[in-house]
Design a protein. Structure first.
Length: 131
């Protein structure tokens, strides 16, 4: 084999070994997504209106649901093993009055749908403190 080609191949081999050793030495970490129950516990909502807002936030930010309806919110309550409010729509209306949610133009599964406003997002992110 040509000495120059051998030198290039040896150089490549050494570089590959270095790269492999870097990857082998780093521990593999996988970030586990927080559950809806853990998120509610972390946020500490004080009533059903805030809990509804927190669940809406979770649906948008952690599950990628752009607009949610009463069924989605009810599923969130059940998945978190929380008592489902008697009328989720009233909790949403209270959040709309506070400026934390707004109604989407399109329905979802033939039901009214909503999404959080920027104010609602910040309210949850700031642990229910007004800015």
């Amino acid at each position: 084999m040509d000495p120059e080609v051998k030198k290039i191949l040896d150089d490549h081999e050494e570089r590959i070994r270095k790269i492999e050793s870097i990857f082998k030495s780093k521990p593999r970490t996988t970030k586990k997504q927080i559950s809806i129950k853990e998120f509610i516990i972390a946020k500490k909502p004080k009533d059903e209106v805030q809990k509804t807002l927190v669940i809406g936030y979770y649906l948008e930010k952690y599950q990628g649901i752009k607009k949610f309806n009463a069924k989605d919110l009810e599923k969130g309550f059940r998945k978190a093993k929380e008592k489902v409010p008697g009328n989720i729509n009233y909790k949403v209306i209270a959040n709309i009055k506070n400026g934390f949610m707004t109604e989407a133009k399109e329905k979802k599964d033939k039901l009214k749908s909503w999404y959080l406003t920027n104010t609602g997002e910040r309210f949850v992110e700031n642990d229910f403190k007004e800015e």
